[in-house]
Design a protein around this ligand. Structure first.
Ligand code: ADP
Ligand code: MG
Length: 657
């Protein structure tokens, strides 16, 4: 039941709403049919005024007429003094006033249409005036204003200003043109109208900002919504279709001298914006440029550096291969490719076991370096390359990031086949050289036993019967023959090339055996030979090489005695720790201090018939046998050669046999 009542109530309200709306609509229609009476000031040019022919015209009149045409309504526009117009509206004798400035107090009494103008005051000065650009510049100046003009309030705050009031704006303008005042302040649009009408556009300009801008529109009595709506609609339409602009131009013309301050401000603002934009663009481009330059520089530098490194790596005479700790080949230089006789791409990024690289070093060395982090140097390996035997020497270095963290290794290797060959040839040459010199001495040694054998043989026919003779001959001749045999076999052993082979060598016996070679020269030069050698001194060296070392030292000592008065050679051999110390000292010519550094260089000699190979080869042999050598010498005093060689140890012999 309740629900039903509600429904009925709802329907009734809707019906009433329609009736109401219909009435409103009917009222609106009625308004349009009636003549609307509009009042306006009878003298407020150019907004509204009655001209000398009694015609009511002006900007407001044109606007209202345009609205009337647009909206299809009848308007009766009546000019009257301003206060009468106000009263007529209050008494509802008229429906509207065509133009009124907006103010809060007025808004309580009337309803304002949308503004169709902004009414403001402006400062007018002569065109040649450049010292007044703003309201502040009016200080101590003479200013004209229309009597009771709103501008008076604004000027109150300015010091020392002299205000001259005139009947209307036209008279104020006249005073300005005549130069009686510095400026006049008045309604902007009225001012524009008068200036253009009287032809002063070239003589007068507007400066500063608009003063006291206020909206200006049509007013109706409070609550007359229908009429207000109609005016607003009309205003909107004439603004849209361009009629408004035409009317505006007709009455106020083009704006003269747009406000200087406005231009100044706009210009200033534009310059600031432009400056900052340009500055921004400049910074951006500059930064970009510098960045590009830096990047280019770095790129070039990097390119140069990597090219430089590449060139260095490729220019070294060794093959260079790097591996990671898994055995994968990471990189290689051109020399490596040359030695392996295949392009780099053929073996890089592969495991070394899958390539020929594995032939060039002993695999255990690779793992040892990875494990210990210590390099392995100067290891030789014989390799058969396409049927030709070659000797390669290699070094393995660990690549270490942190301690104990070996992340890879580098292998450098080179072909030392020719080097080896050269070395062997040099050794041979040195050997033959000293052999030549030895043979001369040995001839004498051979002649001695031969002479004694010959003497025995010649005596046989005469003394054979004597028992003593027979005993002597059977004892001495085999001795002499044995001596001959030993000299010759010693010589043969020395002369023939031999593969290096370390063995136990008795220093005492070996040196005495060598001295035999020199006995002739020793006698001839009257050399005093002092031997002070321990008998139980055994070294672990290559016997052949040891012999060659000693021969070179003794030869050099003997050759140093060209002008020595009491030539003396002193040989000592004794034990010191794990080494045998062998010293060969002479009191010969000595070595000039500037030559001391060079004596171990191959082919360095101060002798006319010298080879300069003796010491260089001896040095190599000593090093190869795990020994060392130092030479101290003074001119005229003599030379001392101090050589150490490793002692023979029982354990080592069993291990090697
Ligand atoms: P060579 O004997 O053929 O000149 P070496 O290599 O044996 O070549 O010696 C090089 C040089 O060292 C000699 O030319 C000499 O000037 C100097 N020298 C070596 N040993 C002695 C020595 N005991 N006394 C003086 N000079 C020596
Ligand atoms: Mg020599």
């Amino acid at each position: 039941m309740m629900r039903r009542n509600k429904e009925i109530l709802c329907i009734i309200s809707i019906v009433f709403m329609f009736i109401g709306y219909g009435n409103l609509y009917a009222e609106e229609k009625d308004v349009y049919k009636e003549t609307i009476i509009v009042g306006g000031d009878n003298y407020f040019p150019p907004f509204e005024y009655v001209d000398k022919n009694g015609v009511y015209k002006g900007f407001n009149v044109d606007i209202l007429r345009a609205i009337a045409i647009e909206m299809g309504i009848d308007l009766d526009i009546r000019p009257m003094p301003w206060y009468e117009a106000i009263m007529a509206l209050n008494e509802r004798e008229i429906d509207a006033i065509q133009g009124m400035k907006y103010s809060i107090s007025r808004s309580y009494l009337y309803d304002f249409s949308d503004p169709y103008l902004v009414s403001s005051q402006s400062i007018f000065v002569r065109s040649d005036n450049s010292y007044i650009v703003n309201i502040e510049d009016l200080e101590k100046k003479k200013i004209a204003i229309q009597k009771n003009d709103i501008a008076k309030d604004v000027l109150k705050n300015i010091m020392d200003i002299q205000i001259i009031e005139t009947e209307n704006q036209q008279m104020a303008l006249k005073k300005l043109i005549k130069g009686e005042v510095d400026a006049y302040i008045g309604n902007r649009l009225t001012g524009l109208y008068i200036i253009q009408k009287d032809g002063y556009t070239k003589d007068v300009k507007i400066v500063g900002e608009e003063i006291n801008p206020l909206n200006y529109g049509i007013v109706v009595n409070k609550g007359n919504k229908v009429l207000l709506k109609m005016f607003n609609e009309g205003l909107m339409r004439i603004k849209k279709n361009g009629t408004y602009d035409k009317i505006y131009k007709k009455w106020f013309g083009e704006p003269i001298n747009p406000p200087y301050a406005y231009i100044k401000r706009t210009l200033y603002f534009s310059i600031v914006v432009l400056f900052f934009s340009l500055f921004g663009i400049f910074i951006f481009y500059r930064w970009n440029y510098l960045l590009k330059k830096e990047v280019n520089k770095r790129t070039q530098q990097l390119k140069r550096e990597s090219l430089f490194k590449e060139q260095i790596i490729n220019s070294i005479f060794s093959g260079l291969i790097t591996f990671n700790n898994q055995g994968i080949i990471l990189s290689a230089n051109e020399k490596a490719a040359y030695f392996l006789d295949m392009p780099i791409e053929a073996f890089v990024k592969k495991h070394f076991k899958d390539t020929v690289v594995k032939e060039y070093f002993y695999e255990e060395d690779f793992y040892e370096v990875l494990q210990t982090g210590k390099e392995k140097m100067n290891i030789e390996k014989n390799i058969n390359v396409e049927g030709i035997n070659k000797v390669f020497e290699y070094n393995i270095y660990p690549l270490v990031l942190h301690e104990d963290d070996v992340y890879g290794i580098t292998l450098t290797f080179k072909d030392i086949t020719n080097e080896k060959l050269m070395k062997e040839r040099m050794i041979m040459k040195d050997k033959l050289e000293s052999l030549g010199r030895l043979v001369a001495g040995i001839a004498h040694e051979i002649r001695n036993p031969l002479t004694s054998i010959k003497a025995y043989i010649e005596l046989i026919p005469y003394k054979y019967d004597k028992k003593e003779f027979r005993e002597k001959i059977s004892e001495d001749v085999p001795k002499e023959i044995e001596r001959l045999n030993s000299i010759i076999s010693n010589l043969l052993e020395y002369a023939k090339p031999k593969v290096p082979n370390k063995e136990m060598v008795k220093v005492h016996d070996e040196i005495l055996g060598i001295i035999v070679f020199f006995s002739n020269q020793i006698k001839k030069k009257n050399i005093k030979l002092i031997c002070n050698m321990k008998e139980d001194l055994f070294i672990y060296v290559d016997k052949q090489q040891f012999k060659q070392i000693m021969i070179n030292f003794l030869l050099n000592a003997i050759e140093a005695f060209e002008k020595t008065e009491n030539p003396e050679i002193c040989i000592t051999a004794e034990k010191n720790g794990d080494f045998a110390v062998i010293i060969i000292k002479d009191n010969g010519c000595g070595i000039a201090s500037e030559n001391e550094k060079k004596i171990f260089e191959p082919f360095f000699t101060t002798k006319d018939n010298g080879t300069g190979l003796g010491l260089s080869i001896s040095y190599q042999f000593i090093k190869e046998n795990g020994g060392d050598i130092t030479v101290s010498s003074h001119l005229e005093t003599g030379t001392k050669i101090n050589m150490i060689l490793p002692l023979f140890k029982e354990k080592r012999s069993t291990a090697n046999v």
